[in-house]
Design a binder for this molecule. Structure first.
Ligand code: CP
Length: 308
């Protein structure tokens, strides 16, 4: 098996299409193992991984922890609340002190864009970005791409739509380069205030009308309005947003064909997505979560295996 080209996973934009293929193929093997009664393999025995979560998480945190345990790694979990960050310790001092205890790899979520990249430039250990501000969430991009590949066999030629708050979304920040690198076409849809001005420069088209955008796509990834990342108002009210950009069953039933619905979570039910869609057979939301474990096992395994 070939090796991944990068020492760190801080952004999809640093990966080559061959790296993404390698991660997908490795995840296929781990997904098979995860179906077995004994789901644990010894691949990362004697490797210690620190999960540093400076920002809240449910899916990513549990998924990484489970992936590490399935690979037999030793893990330590850190959250900023209750740590010496509260006493003014810097990010780099925090990470260097944890590494001094013979930690081999860092998984890090932080509210500042570029935090994982910054840390990766100052420490010898591999860093995996578990979401940094409004920048990227590379393992989410990988699990999204993997889930679409699982359903459609390939990403090449697919019409991939991202709906909602594109401007503040690190999921869009990773999904867009991943889908384009793997040969899909990408369109975004949402209020103009929530779409970056220079989106066309990324090779992405913009459609403000939700119905027209849905008619175009094979897959729609519906994003949450990220109010916690907005310092000013970008939409009048959530109710108005929902009226124009909320995805519901009536709208999906009016389309000429059945499309696939994704959401990275957490869902604000009744705002960007109604329960009659989120819980329907058109939704692959829980398959995304399931695939996250195999994808994170693949990323951890390939980075640990890489000879630095
Ligand atoms: N998709 C995702 O990143 O979810 P969490 O914030 O719960 O980790």
């Amino acid at each position: 098996m070939s090796a991944i080209s990068q020492k760190h996973l801080t952004a999809i934009k640093h990966l080559q299409a061959s790296d993404i293929d390698l991660i997908f193929q490795t995840a296929d093997n781990f997904k098979d193992i995860l179906q077995r009664p004994i789901k644990k393999v010894p691949s990362l025995r004697d490797i210690t991984i620190a999960n540093l979560f400076f920002e809240d998480s449910t899916r990513t945190r549990i998924s990484f922890e489970l992936a590490e345990k399935r690979l037999s790694a030793d893990t330590i979990n850190f959250s900023a609340s209750g740590s010496s960050v509260k006493k003014g310790e810097t990010l780099l001092d925090t990470v260097r002190n944890i590494l001094a205890m013979k930690v081999d790899m860092i998984v890090m979520r932080h509210s500042s864009s570029g935090a994982a990249e910054f840390v990766s430039q100052h420490i010898p250990a591999s860093v995996i970005n578990a979401g940094d501000g409004t920048h990227e969430h590379p393992t989410q991009g990988l699990l999204d791409g993997y889930s679409v590949r699982e359903k459609f066999k390939t990403l090449k030629g697919l019409n991939y739509l991202i709906i909602g708050d594109i401007k503040h979304s690190r999921v869009a920040g990773s999904d867009i380069p991943l889908m384009l690198k793997m040969g899909a076409k990408v369109k975004v849809c949402g209020p103009p205030t929530l779409v970056p001005k220079h989106i066309a420069e990324l090779g992405v088209t913009y459609e403000p009308n939700l119905k027209k955008a849905l008619e175009w796509c094979d897959v729609a990834n519906v994003l949450r309005i990220q109010l916690e990342r907005m310092d000013i108002k970008f939409i009048p009210t959530l109710r108005e947003y929902s009226l124009f950009y909320g995805v519901n069953k009536e709208l999906l039933d009016s389309l000429p064909r059945k499309i696939t619905i994704m959401h990275p979570g957490p869902i604000n039910r009744g705002v960007e997505l109604n329960s009659d869609v989120a819980d329907s057979s058109q939704s692959i939301i829980l398959q995304q979560v399931e695939n996250g474990v195999a994808i994170r096992m693949a990323v951890l395994y390939l980075l640990a295996d890489r000879k630095n």
